[in-house]
Write a protein of this length. Sequence first.
Length: 281
Amino acid sequence: MHTAKKRSQKKLGLIVAMVAGLTVFLAACSNKPITEHSTGIWDGGIILNFSRALIGLSHFLGNNYAFGIIAFTLIIRIIILPLMIYQSKSMLKMQDLQPQIKALQAKYPGRDNESRLAMQRESQELYKEAGVNPFASLLPLLVQMPILIALYQAIFRTQELRTGHFLWLQLGHQDPFLVLPILAAIFTFGSSWLAMASAPEQTGITKSMTFMMPVIIFITALSLPSALSLYWVASNAFQMVQTWFIQNPFKINAARAEKKAAEKARQRKLEKARRNALKKK
């Protein structure tokens, strides 16, 4: 099995494990209400301040807790936007390196330990020269995991937020009509598809990730409060718009096609010049 394929499998496994871990963690979270008297770094520092921020934004926006959550989501997304841009640029660089990675796979077709180590060493050198971190795409997920946990805790353990209503939703309970889990899955698929559509080559692993992540998000959202599903909907909608502007696959593929055509034209010109030089001899 090639190194790139193994890396993709590890990445997919890590994402699935993280989301599953989040679900288990949330299920085991304390139900003790958060108040001004809550203490400790987690309860009195993080959760209490999340609760205050959500309530403050909600009151500022006409006492609408759903709008407060959406506003909170946008603020969080703007804060981590530089990290997301870094992720997108790293992904594009990784995609551009695929022909060279494929050449390395052809150079080291063996599955013996020596061949794997040699390919791994040359791949790392290639990544280093290009300034690429192959696991950069996991950074935003790692950053958002504690945010998701803290947001869940703030909503579930703050009575004012838990009993808030928006349209047909009671924010502390699951969406009875599954609208939010479906929208969260759709926006997750949209952002994933846009990101993968610019890849010169797609493996079975990358294709499966595009479809598996929306399913994982949908299943997870079924057991979470509507407020957290609303966070995912707003966050993934933001992600899809962000991907369109930063990593638009249609523009990227057009630029690659233009670059490839220019390179072919250059090669033809060089070949023509070489033939003319031979004729003169």
